[in-house]
Design a protein around this ligand. Structure first.
Ligand SMILES: NC(=O)c1ccc[n+]([C@@H]2O[C@H](COP(=O)([O-])OP(=O)(O)OC[C@H]3O[C@@H](n4cnc5c(N)ncnc54)[C@H](OP(=O)(O)O)[C@@H]3O)[C@@H](O)[C@H]2O)c1
Length: 218
């Protein structure tokens, strides 16, 4: 597939590289074409990797990954262009972490809404699926490296077909079908984004981001 990865940070790099390894064609988007990190990412790959603006990537992708900074996501998606995103599945990995007052960050939106919902509201024609925002990026694409893959991720979104497509991609990343918990519509993004304060605290306590949540039940 042709896939847009919006974001030049470690998440965009990791997701984009995994998608290429799986045989997809990926365009990485940034505020500016020729972004240094995007160029470095392109040069790591022999083929199927290209870069451009958020708009270029959104036009290119049949599916879009939002890997932008949560405080800039709405602006990044505005730059990508509603008409270029229209009707497409968007896997939203962003978290609304606000570091402007130092550590620990606060959530710029929570309790009664979430970034996933704000994106869905701003881009009603996009099929937003919130996923993968609750764990470190190296685990997102290599779940088997931890506890044999026996740990969980969450998805939510309003469109069942979009969630099915997202789940298929997550399974390509190595997630077992029963490790992916569908929490329902996009309002569930409140919960998955509000996990971040405990996730950040755990990272500090454990001294490593190589951990994840496992839901145990009868
Ligand atoms: N790091 C992880 O393992 C991890 C895990 C789970 C979820 N997440 C979430 O994934 C997202 C990406 O994280 P990251 O660490 O890879 O990268 P990041 O540094 O949070 O974000 C980098 C991207 O955000 C864009 N950006 C920043 N400010 C912007 C603004 N004001 N307007 C438009 N675009 C803006 C940058 O554009 P340019 O390319 O133009 O610089 C860049 O493409 C975040 O929302 C983060 O919370 C991260």
């Amino acid at each position: 597939m042709k896939i847009a990865v919006l974001g030049t940070g470690m998440v965009g790099d990791t997701i984009g590289s995994k998608l290429i390894e799986l045989g997809h064609e990926v365009k990485m988007g940034s505020r500016t074409a020729g972004n240094e990190k995007a160029m470095a990412w392109v040069s790591k790959h022999k083929k199927n990797a290209s870069e451009g603006t958020f708009e270029d990537a959104a036009k290119f992708g049949e599916i879009v990954f939002n890997c932008t900074n949560g405080m800039g996501s709405l602006e990044a998606l505005k730059q990508a262009g509603a008409s270029n995103l229209q009707g497409k599945v968007m896997i939203d990995i962003s978290n609304p972490l606000d570091f402007s007052k130092g550590m620990p960050p606060s959530l710029s939106v929570c309790n009664t809404s979430s970034l996933g919902e704000e994106i869905q509201k701003s881009f009603p024609e996009v099929k937003v699926v919130k996923a993968l925002n609750t764990l470190n990026c190296s685990l997102m694409v290599n779940p088997g490296s931890l506890a044999g893959g026996d740990h969980n991720i969450f998805i939510c979104g309003n469109d069942e077909g979009a969630k099915k497509q997202a789940k298929d991609l997550l399974e390509q990343f190595g997630w077992k079908s029963n490790a992916i918990i569908d929490l329902g519509d996009i309002t569930a993004a409140r919960g998955t984004e509000m996990i971040l304060p405990i996730w950040l605290r755990l990272m500090g306590t454990l001294g490593s981001p190589a951990f994840n949540f496992k839901i145990v039940r009868n």
